[in-house]
Design a protein around this ligand. Structure first.
Ligand code: PEP
Ligand code: MG
Length: 876
């Protein structure tokens, strides 16, 4: 019989796949002898089984849960539903990878009318007992039965109004008792049944709800963003309650062993007296700093500090812990490696190396490459920032510089961002449902909440700038406006946020580009030391190339030459070339283009200082470049000595039903060899000139022919490329060497790579097209149905962002295996978008690519991902 349930005493930290992170760490803390309220974990496999059984908990799992309850009763001496000494539990989710706030939690489970009366009497604290009960009804109704929080919030607000009080804590036992009754009536009205009184029934429903929450929309979005497979499932932890809401000698807190925003070494956290855990993370009340806890709860605080040391030394990483103090006694409810900003991640990793806790390789492996992205975004211009006066200061909950227009709802943030606006989402407090809006925003500003509120945690995870807990704001969400610093702000007004200092500014503060220095530089240095795969960049302009070099690119893996035609009035000559009807007309236009291209290529070679530069010949469907405005058509007609109607007829003739599979790539060179000849001359002349100016540089152009599917295509185009190149070199009396290679971006090229390798000096996987052609769906239109594919669980990720290793990856592997034996000097890279995606980079390393090439700002991400791949391979 399979084992579906583990007592905390049966697990350990290595069992996170089975027990989830929370469950494995509760077990580990138990093993370490820390004060953990005992309980059990229902495994992630049980969750998978629940879905396999059609969203049912089968008898075997149910029986094991009941058995575990018996054992828990033995350990705690309390009994479920007992009138003398009742057992109350929390039911919490816990996946393999932590997903803060994404799934559901139920506290105080086990209460009913009789139990609550017992507790009220036995504890001498009826207010607490009724507070627990009303919270439980509220959470159970919301999470398990999906009644919706708002009905209950309305009842609380009404009660507060009647009593003339402002805060929940001002309601007394009688009020809370009345509320509990009203809640149950509300439940009955909405569900059509009485609120369940049997704790075992409550428990099974709660376990199901947690399993179900694995599939809620926000969890699905979070998983997609964080590369967490759906198949993992979540575990469920059932733990004896410790009460932080029994009075003023109780409380609950969240703390980190180091500052999750900056990485500074030292205890960082928040504590709320007379509260339950949800009050802290929900951000409804603004908690006190952890240092205040030291004064109010000296003994528990001392013990807590010891626990922090024990845990950080044990896990050798910054810990994020939840704890409760019940009548002065400390209970640990959770520990995990804390989520942190990119900045903090770098500092912590470097500090751990300096403190002798981690090796360089481990430090490199600790950083999530995707997080580096935030560090590469622009920062506020220091001078402009100094000159500006903040309107207010709140908590710098997630660093970054954000400027944008104010919006008030998550939906508005999504909508405005979709039409290209930069927005700042301003909310009273955020709830997990806001996640899509938070993703679309440049920054998030909240009125309520602390450093560990949901908004802060989620924003840090996403690398989005967040300033939270700005109590100075008078918010009017209903009318989409707020007042701050005496000024009224409406939807669309611009503000700037500094997520490091928590400062809020009126208007837009200019930003500057980021640089790699300090700890960032140190980690990147280690990454370069341990990686074996090279990292190049996709750059079409000298400015891009320069930026990429600064960020560590070791070459250009793809220069899309067509992009050079968008600058200035170059498009005119390019259009003349496209609309030429004879070779002579085309050659006349190409003659105008040649010096421009040569100049651009020279600048690229200069920027790359002798590192490899791959130049891809003209690729896109030509109709993309034709004029659409009457005025431009007229201009073109005049330049060509043709009528407007003639030009319009030519433009019409360029129309294709399926342009991405039409007249593009090497097919252009086959039909118009003069284009490829011009581009060859430009490449070779530029290289000869730069080589002459810098004899010590290794200038060796790599000419790349796109969209080859048949060896004969490559042979045909290569012939006149080589003839042209050799003639140029001979004419200049140069000894320049060059290579001619091809993109592998059509499945047939991968399938016949052994043939193609006979003619190619290199392969570069164009995985944008290769994905498009392998799946047979358009890279430009897939967005239309991807959401439906996510909902149907056909896809978990966008295959244009994250490489489909199973299908497209198989073609890549095959191409390398076929190509390399035929041409041992063949070098192989990737230049599709996947070249900057960490998991795809790891795959590229595993199949033996020589380099990945990605956009300039993803170069550091690729360097780190390549290092992690190499380190993982070495350790495997
Ligand atoms: C590709 O197809 O992956 C590629 C890099 O070329 P492009 O995106 O220009 O088609
Ligand atoms: Mg392509």
């Amino acid at each position: 019989m399979a084992k579906w349930v583990y007592m905390f005493t049966e697990g350990n930290a290595d069992m996170r796949n089975l027990l989830g992170g929370k469950g494995a760490n509760l077990a580990e803390m138990t093993n370490l002898g820390l004060p953990v309220p005992q309980g059990f974990t229902v495994t992630t496999e049980a969750c998978t089984q629940y879905y396999e059984d059609g969203r049912q908990i089968n008898d075997e799992i149910m029986a094991q849960i009941m058995e575990a309850i018996d054992k828990m009763e033995g350990i705690t001496g309390k009994k479920f539903g007992d009138k003398e000494n009742p057992l109350l539990v929390s039911v919490r989710s816990g996946a393999r990878a932590s997903m803060p706030g994404m799934m559901d939690t139920i506290l105080n489970l086990g209460l009913n009318e009789e139990v609550v009366e017992t507790l009220a009497k036995a504890s001498g604290n009826p207010r607490w007992a009724w507070d627990c009960y009303r919270r439980f009804i509220q959470m159970f109704s919301d999470v398990v039965m999906e009644v919706g929080k708002k009905y209950f919030e309305e009842l609380i607000d009404k009660m507060k109004e009647e009593k003339g009080v402002k805060l929940d804590v001002e309601l007394d036992a009688d009020d809370l008792k009345k509320l509990a009754e009203q809640f149950k009536a509300e439940y009955k009205e909405k569900i059509g049944e009485d609120f369940p009184t049997d704790p075992k029934v409550q428990l099974m429903e709660a376990v199901k709800a947690v399993f179900r929450s694995w599939d809620n929309p926000r969890a699905n979005v979070y998983r997609r963003d964080n590369d967490i497979p759906y198949s993992w499932g979540t575990a469920v932890n059932v733990q004896m309650m410790a009460f932080g809401n029994m009075g003023d000698d109780c409380g609950t807190g969240v703390a980190f062993t180091r500052d999750p925003a900056t990485g500074e070494n030292g205890l960082f956290g928040e504590f709320l007296t007379n509260a339950q855990g949800e009050d802290v993370v929900a951000g409804v009340r603004t908690p006190m700093h952890i240092s205040e806890m030291e004064q109010k709860f000296p003994e528990a605080f001392t013990q807590f500090k010891e626990v922090c040391n024990t845990l950080e030394t044990h896990y050798r990483d910054m810990q994020d812990m939840e704890f409760t103090v019940e009548h002065g006694k400390l209970y640990m409810l959770q520990t995990r490696n804390g989520k942190r900003t990119a900045q903090a991640a770098l500092k912590i990793a470097c500090d751990l190396v300096d403190e002798g806790m981690r090796t360089e390789e481990e430090a490199v492996a600790m950083i999530d490459p995707r997080n580096l992205d935030t560090l590469l975004h622009p920062q506020f211009d220091a001078a402009a920032l100094k000159a500006a006066t903040p309107m207010a200061k709140a908590l710098g909950a997630s660093p970054g510089a954000a400027c944008g227009k104010v919006v008030f709802t998550a939906d508005d943030a999504v909508e405005w961002a979709a039409r290209g606006e930069k927005v700042i989402l301003v909310r009273l407090e955020t709830s997990p449902e806001d996640i899509t809006g938070m993703k679309s925003a440049q920054g998030i500003l909240t009125v309520r909440g602390g450093m560990t509120s949901h908004a802060a945690v989620v924003a840090r995870g996403m690398g989005t700038c967040c300033v939270s807990g700005c109590g100075d704001i008078t918010m009017d969400e209903a009318n989409k406006k707020f007042t701050l610093g005496g000024k009224e702000f409406h939807e669309g007004d611009a503000i700037s946020l500094d997520g490091s200092t928590g400062a809020i500014y009126d208007g837009i503060i200019p930003t500057v580009d980021a640089t790699i220095a300090g700890e960032f530089g140190r980690i990147m240095g280690w990454a370069d030391k341990y990686r074996t795969m090279k990292v190049r960049t996709n750059a079409d302009t000298p400015a891009d190339a320069k930026k990429a070099r600064e960020l560590g690119a070791e070459g250009i893996g793809l220069c899309r030459t067509e992009h050079m035609f968008f600058e200035g009035n170059r498009i005119d000559a390019f259009r003349e070339m496209i609309c030429a009807e004879t070779v002579e007309e085309r050659e006349a236009a190409l003659a105008k283009i040649l010096p421009e291209q040569q100049g651009d290529f020279e600048k690229l070679y200069e920027a790359l200082e002798g590192n490899p530069v791959t130049i891809r010949f003209l690729d896109p469907p030509l109709h993309e470049f034709v004029p659409t405005e009457e005025e431009d058509i007229k201009k073109l007609a005049d330049a060509q000595g043709k009528t407007v109607d003639q030009i319009k007829a030519i433009i019409d003739s360029l129309h294709e039903f399926n342009p991405m599979m039409g007249h593009r790539g090497c097919r252009l060179a086959v039909t118009y060899p003069e284009i490829a000849k011009m581009q060859t001359s430009a490449v070779i002349r530029a290289a000869i000139n730069v080589k002459k100016a810098h004899p010590d540089w290794n200038v060796k152009p790599e000419i790349m022919i796109p969209l080859v599917g048949d060896i004969k295509e490559l042979k045909y185009v290569k012939k006149f490329v080589v003839e042209t190149a050799d003639a140029e070199i001979a004419a200049a009396g140069s000894d320049l060497e060059y290579e001619v290679g091809t993109m592998i971006e059509i499945p047939r090229a991968a399938l016949t790579a052994d043939d193609i390798a006979k003619e190619a000096d290199f392969f570069c996987f164009g995985t944008n097209d290769l994905t498009q052609m392998t799946y047979g769906f358009s890279r430009d239109d897939a967005g239309k149905f991807l959401d439906a594919y996510y909902d149907a669980k056909i896809f978990e990720n966008d295959p244009f962002a994250k490489l489909d290793q199973v299908g497209v990856g198989k073609l890549m592997k095959m191409a390398i295996e076929l190509g390399k034996p035929v041409n041992p000097n063949l070098h192989v890279g990737i230049c599709g978008e996947h070249g900057g995606d960490p998991s795809s980079v790891e795959f590229c390393d595993s199949i033996g690519l020589d380099y990945v090439s990605c956009s300039p700002f993803r170069v550091p991400i690729a360097r780190l991902a390549a290092a992690q791949a190499a380190i993982a391979k070495k350790n495997a």
